[in-house]
Ligand binder design. Structure first.
Ligand code: SF4
Length: 276
């Protein structure tokens, strides 16, 4: 039991640290200290005073509905988001709504910070992703890692997922019917995480989220608005080239365009632009 509590406190502390790294929108730094203090107070054995020893010991049970001291509303919100994403991932794992369920090795629901201010959305898992069950772990994923690092961030600060959760055979483009069958998972993920900015990586992600057929070359370079179903609050969206496209067209011009898009994202999040 004590081990579980320590694990929970560790998880919360790491979550808060990454939130603060991303400029946490509502977490004051004192929050982290309060949790650490709460943890040390709860785990430290306290010797009863002389007066207390002479008194009969009355143990009053805590009401079951009372949240632990470290479970502030903000921390509770983070834990809820994690649980909801976990439940959604389990739902994805059992999904057979389209034919891709027959050829997949693993589903790739997505991963990262459940409380991220920034979410990257790609189009579909490739071979490496299918094999590992994780998004963006192949060559294009390494390039995305470099882009994220250049932004001064890590994968722990953001969330990464795709429109499709299963790999299309031979990495072909997603079909319209597959997107229609699968995109509700993405919409639910975005509703749970509720980020401030989404980066749509490539044509398919941008077209699905913005419900447009405008070429990616015309969509990139400016901020758009994604209107999540069921949520009143619109979310800013930047579209840019998919890292796989960037690998195929690794020119100074394309790289400069992607970096320009990422700088816009950082400014939108009110984060420092490295190298500025
Ligand atoms: S791609 Fe999406 S809709 Fe199709 S089987 Fe996988 S999870 Fe289900």
């Amino acid at each position: 039991m004590a081990g579980e509590k320590e694990k929970l406190i560790y998880t919360i502390r790491e979550q808060l640290k990454s939130d603060m790294l991303l400029g946490g929108k509502w977490l004051p730094k004192g929050q982290l200290r309060a949790i650490e203090l709460s943890a040390s107070v709860e785990s430290a054995p306290s010797a009863p005073s002389v007066e207390q020893r002479s008194e009969p010991v009355v143990v009053s049970p805590e009401p079951e509905t009372q949240a632990p001291a470290y479970m502030t509303p903000q921390v509770e919100e983070i834990m809820n988001k994690k649980q909801k994403l976990k439940a959604l991932a389990a739902e994805v794992a059992g999904c057979q709504s389209c034919s891709l369920s027959q050829s997949r090795i693993n589903v790739v629901p997505g991963e990262g910070n459940a409380n991220a201010r920034l979410v990257f959305v790609g189009e579909a898992p490739g071979q490496s992703e299918d094999e590992q069950g994780r998004p963006f772990v192949g060559r294009a994923g390494k390039l995305l890692d470099n882009i994220i690092a250049a932004m001064g961030l890590t994968r722990d600060d953001i969330y990464i997922c795709n429109i499709l959760k299963c790999r299309p055979p031979d990495n072909r483009d997603p079909q319209k019917s597959e997107v229609e069958s699968c995109c509700h998972f993405l919409y639910e993920q975005l509703n749970i995480i509720d980020p401030e900015v989404i980066v749509a990586l490539g044509t398919h992600a941008a077209h699905t989220l913005l419900e447009t057929s405008t070429p990616i070359g015309q969509l990139r370079g400016k901020m758009h608005t994604y209107h999540p179903a069921g949520l009143n609050k619109p979310i800013k969206l930047a579209a840019t080239y998919h890292p796989a496209y960037l690998l195929r067209n690794y020119t100074p011009d394309t790289r400069a365009k992607v970096w320009d898009d990422m700088k816009k994202v950082l400014r939108e999040l009110d984060l420092p632009v490295p190298g500025k």
